[in-house]
Write a protein that binds this ligand. Structure first.
Ligand code: KG4
Ligand code: ZN
Length: 380
């Protein structure tokens, strides 16, 4: 079954063609970073307009790269939420129009379900290429960690023919900021550019992660919930207390005057105290994400862990998860960098399993800015 996936929940316009939920024929992502970076975050109204401009060429490029015409598609899968209402609507209306014109089935996919499937899709690609022979076991524990979400799920696959049917149980989630949002806000406070995660990832190795004591993050109630706003505030106080605020203001001016700056130049414009703060912040976030995810995996006695979403690109996070997995006897599965951040291949892959289970959307399908995935459940 050849599925066209369409994703437009935030600031990437994406389309992909995936066969049978496992062969990625194309995966096109048009990023809007250039539009939003001067505001230090996504501006919803601008995002919707950009999606409108790009949706058609992106879908055309996805079909062209896959070597298929529109009528060669068997079905269409589209993100229905959660996300920015206006952005979601662009992809959704386009997908509905295509499905109607081509007379093909349509299915709505939860964005988080897409992220969960990205780790499995990557594993299927790697096994097909002979890079690994390890397959994940279900049920597993999945951490979805991005700019909009930080959630832990127990993912169950029931395996009746012809394809598994997935159920999702929410073990915990952030009560305030998402981890990626915290990365972006800290980078903004320090005038390091947008998005903040990749910049902090690359600057943090130049700092000492023990220099500033941040964390551990304590949670009352569900120990698998997350909270990053206190950490962000602690960073803000550090900046205000020291000379870092003046340094950040000077860096903002310098960046404005230069336009594009390289990472080396940026590093040279950061004091050791700033680099130490970044390293300490990243260390605190990664320690928290690792601790709660492995606590969930231990509690539920699963052997496989998926990590997905933009923050799954983080080098320290990958290293720390790999180390904890080795020590604890788990297998951890990460998507590639391209499949970690928002993309439509993951939507097509997740959509395939829903279509195989007989799910079909009708023309009332609409977008949901808030759209929880699965049932809440305790870790034991
Ligand atoms: O999954 P994604 O593309 O969009 C959402 O669904 O939110 O994730 C984007 C987020 C941003 O907050 C970005 O700063 C973060 O992922 N991110 C990273 C890294 N690369 C992207 N955070 C930490 N380290 C990275 N290397
Ligand atoms: Zn996402």
């Amino acid at each position: 079954m050849r599925v066209l996936g369409i994703e437009s929940s935030c600031d990437e316009t994406a389309a992909a063609v995936v066969d049978d939920g496992e062969r990625v024929l194309s995966n096109v992502v048009a990023s809007q970073v250039a539009t939003h970076e001067k505001y230090g975050g996504v501006v919803p109204e601008l995002a919707s307009r950009e999606h409108l401009r790009r949706i058609e060429p992106v879908v055309e490029a996805a079909c062209e790269q896959a070597g298929t015409e529109l009528k060669g598609l068997d079905a269409i899968a589209v993100t229905e939420g959660p996300g920015l209402a206006g952005s979601l609507l662009v992809g959704l209306v386009y997908a509905k129009a295509l499905a109607m014109a081509l007379d093909r089935p349509l299915v709505g996919v939860n964005h988080l379900e897409g992220h969960i499937h990205s780790a499995w899709l990557e594993n299927k690609l790697a096994r097909r290429a002979g890079l690994t022979d390890i397959a994940p076991q279900f049920p597993n524990v999945t951490l979805v960690v991005s700019g909009g979400h930080t959630s832990l799920f127990r993912v169950v696959a029931d395996e009746p023919a012809p394809a598994p049917v997935f159920s999702y149980y929410r073990l915990g989630q952030t009560r305030d900021d998402a981890a990626g949002e915290a990365f972006d806000k800290v980078a903004k406070l320090l005038a390091l550019g947008y998005p903040g995660g990749p910049v902090i990832d690359r600057l943090a190795p130049y700092g000492d992660s023990r220099a500033v004591k941040l964390g551990p993050i304590r949670m009352r109630g569900n120990p698998l919930d997350f909270s990053f706003s206190g950490l962000k505030t602690a960073v803000l106080y550090r900046i205000r207390e020291g000379a870092l605020a003046a340094e950040a203001a000077a860096r903002a001016e310098w960046r404005k005057a230069c336009g594009k700056v390289s990472l080396d130049e940026l590093r040279q414009h950061c004091s050791q105290a700033t680099l130490d703060l970044l390293a300490s912040f990243q260390h605190a976030v990664v320690t928290d994400l690792t601790g709660r995810t492995f606590a969930a995996a231990n509690g539920l006695r699963v052997s496989s862990i998926f990590v997905a979403g933009g923050v799954a690109c983080n080098s320290l996070l990958r290293a720390r998860f790999a180390e904890a997995a080795r020590n604890g006897g788990f297998e951890v599965f990460f998507p590639s960098l391209l499949l970690s951040t928002d993309n439509a291949a993951m939507i097509a892959a997740a959509g395939y399993f829903k279509l195989m289970a007989g799910e079909r959307a009708d023309w009332t399908l609409t977008s949901h800015a808030s759209f929880p995935l699965g049932q809440p459940c305790a870790s034991r």
